[in-house]
Design a protein around this ligand. Structure first.
Ligand code: AMP
Length: 435
């Protein structure tokens, strides 16, 4: 996945290498047929984007899909190509894309028409603000795929100019925006006009509780796809920062796991080596954990994930790269044992908990070296994360600067070297910790 690769910090590069080959997919690897490969060539795409790589096979397999992906990630082709391939030849409107705006409708229409031409299929865009009649005429001439905004679509249905009784696949695009713009009652009215048996695809830039609740009864065992640099944390995740010295970090984690006995905890470390070391420590303290990183074989990873899912292990220690694919229900806690180097990774990490409307907790174990990364995270999510002490834990001492006391542009030395060098430079640290 080139997009992810280019983002990597150098220290993570060696870690990714073993995974590199299987990840580099072409469109042909995604089970697209000749006609859709021709369409890809017409669109001028050389290789699939991550959302295309993930969504196309799932959609072709007939699964419902929930995709957290923003516009700009290539999501249009990610659903248009497999939909057209699945539809093949037939009569009547068999696929429907519902979008919040005319602009989006037109954009999707443009891509879909290029692709449909390769298959001898027809696409019509149905949206308001333009004359009704030309759109109806196109519909009457025969259409396989309709791309619509809710208002005009309902209008056409009510006037008897269009029926949805043959729809096999529905896409709700930018679901969060449709919800925000108050279109949801219209969307529900549209959904009620569809056959019971159908494939449901949902794309949304954010996955808030509202979106998840709105579609809970519509989707059947959906495959989840999470793409994008910035996806805001789901509302249900309770986030907290636990300031601690590097020396006491593991001790604090052990105390937390032993005292609070969380049901399913996903722990992130920055390197494979740290993951291994931490696992050894936890085992020594009687905590049943397993590891997932790129030095583990595929079967070891599957074993780890299966054990974590079925409760044999209450703790899974992972690095960011391999964790991208983890989709386990019921993760109660995500622990940032090491703060992520990139703020976006924090959002990806904590998105592993509080799935499907359940609640979850995300913790950051914060050492003095990490304050700049924390600040970047807080800037990204747009709020300050609460600082907490772990009840019953004896802290030796802490020297954690308040993030507001940290200058905006850290010098390289301070960034890399951590607290001690920062103090040598006359930096002011709070004795109390970051409260
Ligand atoms: P979308 O997220 O679907 O709005 O797509 C964003 C932009 O990416 C559009 O300009 C597409 O033409 C372009 N695009 C989509 N998929 C690919 C691809 N596989 N390779 C190159 N460009 C792409």
């Amino acid at each position: 996945m080139t997009q992810i690769l280019t983002d990597l910090t150098p220290d993570l590069m060696p870690e990714l290498k073993p995974d590199l080959k299987p990840d580099l997919k072409t469109f042909a690897d995604l089970n697209l047929d000749r006609a859709m490969l021709d369409a890809v060539a017409k669109l001028g795409y050389d290789e699939p984007t991550p959302v295309q790589e993930q969504a196309i096979p799932q959609i072709l397999a007939g699964r419902d899909v929930v995709g957290c992906a923003q516009t700009g990630t290539g999501k249009t082709a990610a659903f248009v190509l497999p939909i057209l391939q699945r539809l093949g030849r037939g009569t009547g409107v068999r696929a429907l894309v519902v979008t919040p705006t005319r602009e989006l409708c037109a954009q999707i229409d443009e891509v879909a028409r290029i692709c449909a031409r390769c298959n001898g299929q027809h696409v019509v865009a149905v949206y308001g603000g333009v004359p009704y009649e030309p759109q109806v005429q196109k519909v009457r001439r025969g259409v396989d795929l309709v791309i619509a905004t809710p208002g005009r679509l309902l209008d056409m249905i009510q006037r008897g100019d269009l029926t949805l009784s043959k729809v096999e696949i529905i896409v709700l695009d930018e679901a969060d925006r449709m919800l925000d713009m108050g279109f949801w009652p219209d969307v529900q009215r549209i959904i009620r006009k569809l056959p019971e048996k159908r494939q449901n695809l949902l794309f949304s830039a954010t996955m808030s509780r509202g979106v998840l609740e709105a579609v809970r009864d519509t989707l059947h065992d959906p495959a989840r796809i999470q793409i994008g640099e910035v996806a805001m944390p789901v509302d249900e995740v309770e986030q907290a920062v636990y300031p601690v010295t590097a020396e006491q970090k593991t001790e604090l984690l052990v105390h937390f796991l032993r005292e609070q006995k969380p049901t399913r905890t996903l722990i992130f470390t920055r390197t494979k080596h740290k993951a291994d070391r931490l696992a050894t420590h936890l085992t020594r303290h009687g905590i049943k954990g397993t590891i997932m990183h790129s030095n583990r074989t595929q079967s070891q990873r599957e074993h780890a994930l299966e054990g974590f899912k079925n409760g044999r292990y209450s703790v899974l220690i992972a690095t960011d790269i391999v964790a991208r694919g983890i989709d386990v229900e019921g993760i109660s806690h995500v622990v940032n044992y090491d703060i992520p180097a990139k703020p976006e990774d924090y959002v990806h990490r904590i998105g592993r908990t509080a799935r499907a409307g359940a609640s979850g907790e995300a913790m950051i174990l914060l050492t003095a070296e990490d304050v700049h990364e924390l600040k970047a995270i807080e800037r990204l999510i747009g709020s300050e994360i609460e600082r907490r002490d772990l009840p019953g834990f004896t802290y030796d001492h802490r020297h954690i600067p308040e993030s507001k006391d940290v200058p905006k542009r850290p010098g390289k030395l301070l960034y890399r070297g951590g607290a001690q060098r920062a103090m040598q430079r006359g930096f002011h640290f709070s004795k109390k910790g970051a409260h």
